[in-house]
Write a protein that binds this ligand. Structure first.
Ligand code: DX5
Length: 218
């Protein structure tokens, strides 16, 4: 069954705790905090304080998605804040092996992300270095964007790369995931789905958004 991960990027920050609890009670498997520094992506969001706040609001595993330059400089802050999975972007480090190993050495799961313009071949010598591979289905930086269909071919290619090497890693997609696109992303080979606006901008609230998304995933 797909792992569903609401992203708080689209949540109502005036009631973040309640927003996290609503998604958790409606069946979220994890919570994702989108960390943006205004350098790697053209937007500034929240840092390790956001992870610490979400940590106080739920016992679910927390993903810290580091859309930041020089993630090695800040990784300890996110470890201390309580992240369970730390996702770094391939585009932001010279060689991801070292930082991914450091995250694992600290008992957490290591995630590696690529943006839409980065070929999936970027993962080819890293298949054993991460626990989860994130194929961004939008250009990182903002919620509420449309899924870029061409990115799903990368998911399928990655799934065959993992299978060919007998690697049991998760493939996550993030960006434009909704009740409409979720089944297509799963069919392409993704098993972890991040959704921000489909959950938190749902007209009937986060719990309804979560339930609608889960129903669409079968
Ligand atoms: C982009 C962010 C978003 C967010 C989900 O940088 O990573 O993808 O998590 O946004 P939606 O689900 O609204 O596209």
């Amino acid at each position: 069954m797909a792992i569903l991960v609401p992203s708080i990027l689209s949540a109502d920050f005036t009631k973040l705790g309640a927003e996290v609890a609503a998604a958790a009670s409606a069946g979220a498997d994890r919570i994702q905090v989108d960390v943006m520094d205004g350098h790697f992506v053209p937007n500034i969001s929240i840092g390790s304080l956001g992870v610490a706040a979400v940590r106080r609001a739920t016992n679910l595993p927390i993903e810290a998605h580091l859309m930041i330059t020089d993630p090695a400089r800040y990784v300890d802050d996110f470890l201390r804040a309580g992240a369970d999975i730390i996702i770094i972007h391939w585009e932001t480090v010279e060689d991801p092996h070292e930082l991914l190993a450091y995250i694992r050495k600290n008992g957490k799961k290591a995630g590696l992300a690529i943006s839409p313009d980065t070929p999936v071949a970027a993962f080819s010598d890293l298949l054993l270095a991460a626990d989860m591979f994130l194929v961004m289905t939008v250009h990182p930086g903002f919620g509420g964007q449309e899924l870029i269909p061409e990115t799903l071919g990368k998911v399928t290619k990655l799934r065959s790369m993992l299978n060919a090497n007998a690697v049991l890693a998760d493939i996550e997609v993030d960006g434009g995931i909704s009740a409409l696109t979720a089944p297509v992303a799963i069919a392409a080979g993704a098993n972890v789905l991040v959704a921000g606006s489909a959950v938190y901008s749902h007209p009937d609230g986060a719990a309804a958004g979560m339930k609608h998304l889960r129903a669409a995933c079968g």
